[in-house]
Write a protein that binds this ligand. Sequence first.
Ligand SMILES: Cc1cc2nc3c(=O)[nH]c(=O)nc-3n(C[C@H](O)[C@H](O)[C@H](O)COP(=O)(O)OP(=O)(O)OC[C@H]3O[C@@H](n4cnc5c(N)ncnc54)[C@H](O)[C@@H]3O)c2cc1C
Length: 369
Amino acid sequence: MAELPARADVVVVGAGIAGVVTAYYLARSHVNVILVDRYGPAAEASGGNAGMIGESGGDPATTMQLQRQSVALYEELARVTGEDFELVMDGRLRLAITEDEVRSFESLVQRSQHEGVEGHMLLGADIQRHEPALSDRVLGAAWFPRDGKVHPIKATNAFSRAAAARGAVVAEGVRVIGLLTANGQVTGIMTDLGEVRASEVILATGAWTPVLAATAGVHVPVFPGKGHMLATEPLPPVTGRVLRAEKLGTRQLANGEMLVGSEVEHVGYDKSVNERTIELYLRFMQDLVPALEGARVVRSWGCLRPMSIDQLPIVGSVPGVGGLHLITGYGRSGMGLAPASAKALVDTLLSDRADLDLSPYALGRFADV
Ligand SMILES: Cc1cc2nc3c(=O)[nH]c(=O)nc-3n(C[C@H](O)[C@H](O)[C@H](O)COP(=O)(O)OP(=O)(O)OC[C@H]3O[C@@H](n4cnc5c(N)ncnc54)[C@H](O)[C@@H]3O)c2cc1C
């Protein structure tokens, strides 16, 4: 990249899905914005995830508006940029493999329907009639036709390119060392290439957000939640749908590779791959999706989700440090949640009004923690 600008109106730190969408909506509103990442877009969780999105992604009534609107924003981005990031809304099956899970998914379907989410339960032979890729190990499946998927690396890069096309400076390979503050107000960032002055700084630094926030004396209750993922060799078409069991899910990329992952492991900032875990993941999924029998694993990796202690995102201003804002804590669902909350954050910053109410996601809810 060319020289790092010495100042901007807004600096966004972190080019995962949260940061790139934030930078895009700022640039679209003609704000002078720099998006800084120590590596580049999609370098961490936003590049290593399964890309499952849609309105049934979380529990109904908590984050559903974010999930629903995020899909609309992906659709809009594909339309306005013409970029193909493998957005396919062919539905999601949540797979029950125990009687307890059948009951739990039946109740999920009921609660979802109550919130206006289209979905119904499939049992017995209806499961394979609906999705021939599934084995009879699946005892029940909650079917959500309006869910789908993106290619996470392509989608994150598409937002980053769209931000740059609208004037954002995307500074790759720049590590932020700390926040600069004076008199209770943020004044910029210190990087390994020098200072960037700005009166507004947005931390979109995923699992590393607590580290940078601490340099301004701010405690952010986010911790890393590791996930293992694997990609198989390209297979003939298996299904266009997202298949998600309670523990693990799978989906097929356009090139035929099947992605399989992932449980949450609490092992700090360790991203190393445990080959035994990869083996067990593949075996587990082969039981449910016979087309995976004999498939060779061509890639495997570990990456870190930004988990908040109450499992909800943290989006908004930081009380006590003027000009400092957070967009993080997306845990297992950042691809599905970040776009709408990033847009709402930008709307709130620029006009104090947003279509979505971000108050449930304020950092202030942890004041007593
Ligand atoms: C295995 C796995 C599967 C998943 N599957 C799904 C799924 O199917 N659907 C879904 O919705 N979600 C899924 N997720 C969750 C999703 O990946 C995350 O919630 C989301 O990517 C978080 O995005 P982010 O932008 O907040 O953080 P990240 O993508 O981690 O981005 C943070 C960025 O900040 C940068 N950064 C950090 N510190 C600094 C610094 N000091 N200086 C400069 N840059 C810095 C990093 O380089 C990084 O690029 C999954 C996660 C995992 C691990």
